[in-house]
Design a binder for this molecule. Structure first.
Ligand code: B12
Ligand code: SF4
Length: 443
């Protein structure tokens, strides 16, 4: 049985030229700051793989199916080379790419009337009803993870397979051609509003995050990012196990991970440092505790500051803050307060980077916005994007206001970064853009 697995987890999109210019500057500054803090290293490539789809491909492959993993943008060219129709074309989509996959089904069904078209992935898992209602032309909506999802693709029971669970040889390119994203644990125990990671079931996966495999295939000083929602799902025992296993591999990679500031303590930092973590990314949505509470984000600004201080005192890790502008309850006043917090932290060199984006209310089935809080005015899922004008208005700010404040915040962040790191403007122009998937897609 021939199964084509289509990676539609990334996409190209034109963005506002003002943001493009700001982001070009951002990635030039980042180039200097990263090398200053981390020393010589191999920056991430601009191409990514979808670990979820790769796991599905692996399960089917070891069950004897003829699988082909292909990127959405190369699908058409590949289909034209086929002499007999594939049995299945299955798409892995995120919210903004579901409409494109649905259009592809209409188009290719004319070419391959007997082929079964399947939808799976992050957006379907959190909104099976809404997705099917809006995009009803797939034959199968394969909700779930791993084998449970893979069985729906082929409509048959599968044999369990031995780990390792991701056969990187099934990817179109060599592993060294990709930005390395890996994970140790699925799911998140927290329940912040509007975040879909809390809907992902908890599952410990690779105790060493696959580092032993990568060590055989990638050179030392490659950047490897752990995309666990919170490393080890925030469980301190598990974090200790993971860090111990990673250390045992004897790798020389530059590891990074996402973490919650309120879980930071000296023991955790010590474990991370021993395991080779050189970067930690903390969520920092707002300087306004009331706004955070309103969005069920219990982390107070004072706790964030304490965590930053503790990391600085106990390690030389690169500290990034990840921020989203436009949560319900946002006002000009609290956005300005957040911008000034970032300014202070960058100018005092307490942190190394602030990555800001626009909050996106990705649809899920039970979602209800109170009329006053958030009104969606653009229902086209293609525009549900973190680098585009918001698809919603808030009580005090409309989408355009939020967008203008986002641009202004991005500019302020760049300027504070330059000031804090005493960067000479004259050397900035000749800097290369730091490699990151967003550069390729947007700049
Ligand atoms: C790593 C990652 C990235 C990486 C790599 C993306 C990639 N190629 O996978 C990067 C940084 C590039 C990325 C980018 C984006 N991402 Co992202 N990303 C993740 C992250 C952290 C991990 C994904 C993962 O591998 N999970 C682990 C695997 C095992 O789970 P999984 O992907 O869900 O796959 C399982 C099931 O879904 C199912 N499955 C998956 N595919 C298929 C296909 C079929 C046919 C079937 C049957 C089943 C199936 O089985 C899999 C195995 O069990 C998730 C959050 C998370 N913790 O999951 C967000 C996440 C997937 N990203 C998300 C989004 C929205 C994006 C962006 C679109 C953001 C944006 N711009 O607005 C961008 C796209 C970039 C662009 N412009 O091109 C959202 C998706 C939300 C949604 N409702 O669609 C998530 C859930 C984060 C969030 N909470 O907002 N992302
Ligand atoms: S801690 Fe982070 S990943 Fe977990 S639910 Fe909250 S925002 Fe989402």
């Amino acid at each position: 049985m021939k199964v084509i697995l289509v990676d539609a987890t990334t996409y190209d999109k034109d963005i506002d030229p003002r943001l493009r210019d700001l982001k070009r500057r951002y990635f030039k500054i980042k180039n200097i700051v990263r090398y200053t803090r981390l020393g010589e290293h191999i920056p991430p490539k601009q191409k990514t793989y979808a670990m979820g789809l790769l796991r599905i491909a692996t399960i089917l492959y070891y069950n004897g199916y003829d699988v082909k993993y292909i990127e959405f943008k190369n699908l058409e060219e590949y289909l034209l080379t086929l002499e007999i129709p594939p049995d299945v074309i299955a798409f892995s989509a995120v919210c903004p790419t579901v409409p494109g996959c649905s259009e592809a089904v209409d188009k290719y069904r004319l070419l391959f009337p007997t082929t079964r078209f399947v939808l799976g992935g992050a957006q379907l898992n959190v909104a099976p009803i809404t997705t099917q209602k809006l995009f009803g032309n797939f034959d199968v909506y394969a909700v779930g993870f791993d084998a449970a999802a893979a069985e729906q693709i082929v409509g048959a029971e599968l044999m369990p397979i031995e780990r390792p669970y991701a056969e990187f040889g099934l990817l179109p390119d060599k592993i060294s051609e990709y930005a390395i994203n890996t994970f140790s644990t699925l799911g998140c125990p927290f329940t912040c509003n509007y975040c879909q990671d809390r809907l992902i079931p908890y599952c410990p996966v690779y105790d060493d995050g696959n580092i032993s495999f990568f060590k055989e295939h990638l050179p030392p000083r490659t950047c490897v990012h752990f995309f666990d929602s919170v490393l080890g799902a925030g469980n301190s025992k598990r974090i200790e196990t993971i860090c111990g296993k990673i250390k045992e591999t004897g790798h020389e990679f530059i590891l990074s991970c996402d973490f919650r500031a309120d879980l930071i303590n000296e023991r955790t930092i010590e474990n991370m440092v021993k395991a080779g973590f050189r970067e930690i990314r903390l969520g920092a949505e707002s300087a306004d505790d009331e706004l955070l509470l309103h969005n069920k984000r219990a982390l107070k600004t004072s706790r964030l500051m304490k965590a930053i201080q503790m990391i600085r005192n106990n390690s030389d890790m690169y500290i990034s803050l990840y921020s989203a502008i436009g949560f319900p309850g946002s006002t000009m006043k609290n956005i300005n307060a957040t911008t000034s917090l970032f300014t202070t932290l960058l100018e005092e060199r307490m942190i190394d980077e602030v990555k800001n984006c626009v909050f996106v209310p990705y649809p899920f089935d039970e979602q209800r916005f109170s009329e006053k809080d958030l009104i969606i005015h653009d229902h086209d899922w293609r525009n549900y994007d973190r680098q585009s004008v918001p698809v919603y208005d808030l009580a005090e700010l409309n989408g355009q206001d939020i967008w203008d404040m986002f641009l202004s915040m991005t500019d302020t962040i760049n300027n504070s970064w330059i000031k804090g790191f005493s960067i000479d403007e004259s050397i900035l122009e000749e800097q290369p853009l730091y490699g990151e998937y967003i550069v390729d897609k947007y700049i």
